[in-house]
Design a protein around this ligand. Structure first.
Ligand code: GLU
Length: 492
């Protein structure tokens, strides 16, 4: 099939088992980008037929997270289209009917084995080091026994009848030609005794009925694909194109897991990562643009993305790179955008009581922009812009606050008081400080006022330029802080 056709239809088909995994975000993103690139449709389908794994609120959470990331779907829950409903638990009748057809045609059979029998069989196979596989006892049941069992109300599942001794082949856009031996494939349960379909049955039926042209999903589903290929054949349907995305790995090349870091998109979101950075980052977990570029917006990705540029090798999840991308994307935001985010952050912080004008916050942004990777860094790295320091870094005090420093600071305060505007310029502060320094009879051993002044107004020894800080705080606040420091700082 030609991948440039514009009747492309793809789907993201998560199971609502809790949160959206970063791997799920990548799958959703690649499907979204592929649809955008080919002006096709991006479908969201909820695969909720495993009731034991269902988590309340997970669907809402999934939709909310996808929307946050900017991955809008064309059809799905809350956005009905021609092939709905898009939630599998609302389609049970369709699956049952299809399973019954397969039974009637001898492509599937009812299995009445009890879980005890299956368990004993599995243990025996394990003992003999055989791979677990149903022994087909029920395939051989005579029709009247089947009828009797049904009459007696013995519960059953429907299993697919996997052909013997066959090589099942299919083409994968990423992995090329793939082969599986049918003898290795279990007679997969299609319909469970509770009447719910398994993933395999529902997935194939829906991909067909929803006219999905390309199945783009994680590599962990590759081994299910031969079962799906057989089901397409049983039903007499054409198969879609397949593209199995490479695994996501920890830096030590183990499979990305909770144990080594966060895996839920919402955790990254809560930590303050920008959606632009997270989307850009996951886009490059497997795909590359063919050159050195690394920073992309969602729109740029949609123009460039192709499955042909997705590699087979596992993609390493490197958190340092994500942090760098956050810095880069934050840097690209306008002052106005940063202001809105900063106000939001402040509103949820211990500084929320302080009334700070936009004008003031714009100055803080200008001074700190190059020093922050996250919006929350404004609060963590420069809390002194939001509240006067109450403590002074011991190490800086030891190094910078000498016996004669308080006297020098008093001179500086006198000079600052002479500044006639409440918000003098940087240059005004600079002139006042150097004039004070020139007047001092005893220069402090480090020869300066810069470091003790920075300590007095911020409580710490690092930050933007001192005159930028004074300019932002203004005359009166700077004076107040220096006086407090003179009173509070004690040298041991
Ligand atoms: N429901 C499966 C999942 O949770 C979908 C796999 C597929 O895309 O076929 O990922």
């Amino acid at each position: 099939m030609d991948t440039s056709t514009n009747n492309v239809r793809v789907r993201f088909a998560p199971s609502p088992t809790g949160y959206l995994h970063v791997g799920g975000l990548r799958t959703a993103l690649y499907n979204y980008l592929f649809a955008q690139r080919h002006q096709g449709a991006f479908v969201l389908r909820i695969e909720d037929t495993d009731r034991s794994r269902y988590v309340e609120g997970a669907v809402e959470n999934l939709i909310e997270t996808l929307t946050w990331a900017g991955l809008e779907y064309d059809e799905g829950p809350l956005r009905d289209g021609p092939f709905g409903p898009y939630i599998q638990s609302e389609r049970l009748e369709i699956y049952r009917e299809h399973a019954n057809n397969l039974v009637r045609e001898g492509k599937a059979y009812r299995c009445f084995c009890s879980s005890d029998r299956l368990e004993a069989m599995r243990k025996e196979q394990e003992k003999q080091k055989l791979s677990p596989k149903y022994d087909r006892l029920c395939l051989r049941l005579p029709p009247q026994v089947i009828e009797e069992n049904i009459q007696k109300g013995i519960s059953f599942v429907v299993r697919m009848r996997v052909p013997d001794n066959e090589i099942i082949r299919f083409h994968d856009i990423i992995r090329d030609d793939v082969e599986f031996l049918s003898d290795r494939i279990d007679d997969q349960v299609l319909l469970k005794s509770d009447g719910y379909p398994t993933y395999h049955l529902a997935n194939v039926i829906d991909d067909h009925l929803m006219q999905i042209t390309h199945v783009i999903r994680g590599e962990e589903w590759l081994s299910s694909t031969p079962k799906h290929i057989l089901l397409y054949r049983f039903f007499g349907w054409n198969t879609p194109m397949f593209a199995h995305l490479p695994l996501l790995l920890n830096p030590d090349r183990s499979k990305l897991s909770k144990r080594q870091g966060d895996v839920a998109v919402e955790e990254y979101r809560a930590k303050g990562y920008l959606k632009e950075a997270l989307v850009n980052f996951v886009a490059l977990l497997g795909w590359n643009p063919g050159d050195e570029r690394e920073i992309f917006s969602l729109e740029e990705l949609a123009k460039e993305f192709s499955l042909e540029r997705v590699g087979k090798a596992g993609a390493i999840f490197n958190i340092d790179k994500l942090n760098w991308m956050n810095f880069e994307h934050l840097r690209r935001k306008s002052d106005q955008e940063v202001l809105a985010m900063l106000k939001e952050e402040l509103a949820h912080s211990r500084f929320r009581e302080h009334q700070l004008s936009d004008e003031y916050l714009f100055k803080v942004i200008a001074a700190m922009r190059v020093r922050v990777s996250f919006v929350k860094d404004y609060l963590e790295k420069s809390p002194y812009f939001f509240e006067a320091p109450t403590e002074f870094d011991h190490e800086v005090v030891r190094k910078r606050w000498k016996r004669d420093t308080p006297a020098h600071m008093e001179q500086l305060v006198k000079m600052f008081r002479k500044l006639n505007k409440p918000f003098p310029t940087k240059e005004d502060f600079e002139k006042a400080l150097y004039e004070t320094l020139g007047n001092l009879i005893t220069a402090s051993p480090d020869g300066g006022l810069i470091h003790p002044t920075r300590l007095a107004i911020s409580g710490v020894g690092v930050g933007p330029g001192l005159f930028d800080m004074l300019y932002i705080l203004g005359r009166d606040e700077s004076i107040r802080r220096i006086i407090t420091a003179i009173e509070k700082i004690r040298i041991e």
